[in-house]
Design a protein around this ligand. Structure first.
Ligand code: FAD
Length: 499
């Protein structure tokens, strides 16, 4: 057997969240076996958003040996238990997409079937009463409850990149400040040979990771990997972000507030709040979006508003030749369910799992691309659900969303749920049954029937089951500390705020 000869020189182009997450993981995992070099341009800067995350980041940090309290202190992070969706089904109504499970599933049928049977028998407690994360979020409480409470983080994206940079440099990553002005290809293979930087510098490498954000300088600019445009399904194409001073203690959840032509986010951090508006430019002008944002934020604005344009979709080949697109260069599906940092994490872990032992195998490339695209398509469908399954008809934007055609894969899921109350998680799909159930029901997709096994329970058994589950949730939540107080004790970052 041949001794593996890894790509010795790995060059990461770009130093946003994607670039530093990649460099930190590669340097920590590969150590001196491979030399990691990261090129970034302070003058160009980063996109400056991306502050709400989902639970797999907790595991990612553990894999990298990151101490959670240090990480949260350094990034002014708060805990996140889910997202509160406001005005999505109809104006004035809200629902919660929480992390974790609801109630107790039976192997043959999810808890929603038992809950629906309960409803039919006159037990009218809302579905959310059976979910620990949801009730804790709404009560503003949090504590670590291993194996019982699923959570993620709300963090400062600038501080996150800084934190990862320190870690990556500590593990031997070389950072080069400079502007990439050209990409040199080998004449024979068409692979990338080197990046050309301003000042007549040249950075050679064996494997290149394109983390240059929407510019996609390597994967598209040099290698023309192609882009699948999904704007006909995910029509929002503009955003404005602004940071404000906190007016109240941070809640352990992100808010997604629908408006006439898109939605707004509110992400509470320890030291400030992140706010932004996402809109569809066919139905709202950038000026109107900015005005709507500024009129609705609470607290003093701390920075100039940051306008961003994007095109939803996916890079057709995320790994092409000796270049892998990670982060926004690989595609973007809008921030509604905070999935982009997760896709970075998935790509980085896949690169590490499929790291070539010498020459790059086209089979590794094909496997990587299949897996990454499957993730993106599943997330895409979940996001479209929020727009498509709405009873809103009050503005041209919502009428457009309600009448647009959607992928067959999503139509199947919606109709299956509507007919039977069933949801099936596909393979390693990110969003599990409980996510789909919460968003389906929250958006007004009501099942017409439920699994017969639920009706097997005798009335007293059903009542006992539902009452016990509800009681467990409310007792646990009542014993949890206040979220703000818990953060102050566990990872309070006042000194960082003052720095
Ligand atoms: P960038 O941050 O744009 O970084 C690109 C890097 O490349 C920079 O360092 C830049 O200097 C460098 N670069 C570019 N060109 C050159 C050049 N010529 N020479 C040298 N360097 C160069 N994700 C979430 O998970 N949660 C969220 O809540 C969330 N909210 C979002 C809201 C909006 C409106 C948008 C648009 C995105 C959001 N995202 C969110 C996505 C998230 O922001 C990104 O996935 C994440 O920040 C990674 O970005 P990036 O590193 O790929 O790109």
């Amino acid at each position: 057997m041949k001794q593996p000869s890894l790509p010795r020189r790995i060059v990461v182009a770009g130093g946003g969240t994607a670039g530093w997450m990649t460099a930190a993981a590669l340097a920590r995992t590969l150590g001196p076996v491979a030399q990691v070099t990261l090129v970034e341009s302070e003058q160009i800067g980063t996109i400056g958003v991306g502050e709400s995350t989902i639970p797999p980041l907790v595991a990612y940090n553990r894999i990298l040996g990151i101490d959670e309290a240090d990480f949260m202190r350094a990034t002014q992070a708060t805990f996140k238990l889910g997202i509160n969706f406001e005005h999505w089904r109809v104006p004035g109504e809200s629902y919660f997409h929480s992390f974790g499970g609801t109630g107790k599933d039976h192997w043959s049928a999810g808890f929603q079937h038992f809950w629906m049977h309960g409803q039919a028998q006159g037990h009218d407690a809302p579905y959310g009463d059976y979910c620990l994360e949801l009730q804790a979020a709404q009560a503003g409480r949090f504590s670590h409850l291993p194996d019982r409470m699923n959570y993620a983080y709300q963090l400062d994206s600038g501080l996150y990149a800084k934190f990862l940079r320190a870690m990556a440099e500590g593990d031997g990553t070389t950072r080069i400040e400079g502007r990439i002005v050209a990409v040199d290809l080998y004449g024979t293979s068409g692979d990338i040979a080197a990046l050309r930087l301003d000042g007549d510098r040249r950075i050679e490498g064996d494997l290149f990771i394109d983390c240059t954000g929407f510019r996609a300088l390597l994967i598209e600019g040099a290698l023309h990997a192609g882009y699948d445009d999904w704007t006909h399904w995910l029509p929002c194409d503009g955003a404005v972000a602004v940071q404000t001073a906190s007016e109240r203690p941070p809640v352990p959840y992100t808010r997604a507030i629908a408006h006439d032509a898109g939605w707004q986010w509110r992400i509470p951090l320890q030291h400030r709040q992140g706010n932004g508006i996402v809109y569809c430019s066919a139905f709202m002008t950038p000026d109107a979006a900015l005005q709507m944002l500024l009129d609705s934020v609470e607290g003093e604005t701390l920075v100039q508003p940051n306008p961003i344009r994007f095109r939803t979709g996916a890079r057709r080949r995320q790994w092409h030749r000796n270049c892998v697109a990670v982060g926004l260069s690989g595609g973007f599906m809008e921030p509604l369910e905070s999935t982009s940092i997760h896709l970075i994490q998935r790509a980085v872990l896949r690169i590490l799992r499929m790291l070539p032992a010498g020459a790059i195998s086209p089979r590794d490339i094909a496997e990587f691309n299949d897996q990454q695209m499957a993730d993106m398509e599943q997330i895409r469908d979940f996001l479209i659900l929020h727009y498509k399954a709405t009873d809103r008809r009050d503005t041209p934007f919502w009428r457009h969303c309600a009448s647009m055609s959607v992928p067959d894969s999503l139509t199947h899921r919606i109709e299956l749920f509507r007919e039977t109350g069933r949801i099936f998680r596909k393979n390693e799909e990110l969003f599990a049954e409980n996510s789909w159930v919460q968003v389906m029901m929250g958006q007004g997709v009501t099942p017409q029937s439920y699994h017969p096994v639920a009706a097997k329970l005798r009335p007293q058994e059903l009542e006992h089951l539902l009452a016990t589950l509800r009681e467990q949730v409310s007792r646990t939540v009542a014993a949890l500390p206040d979220h703000g107080a818990y953060i102050a004790r566990y990872c309070g970052a006042q000194d960082v705020a003052a720095a």
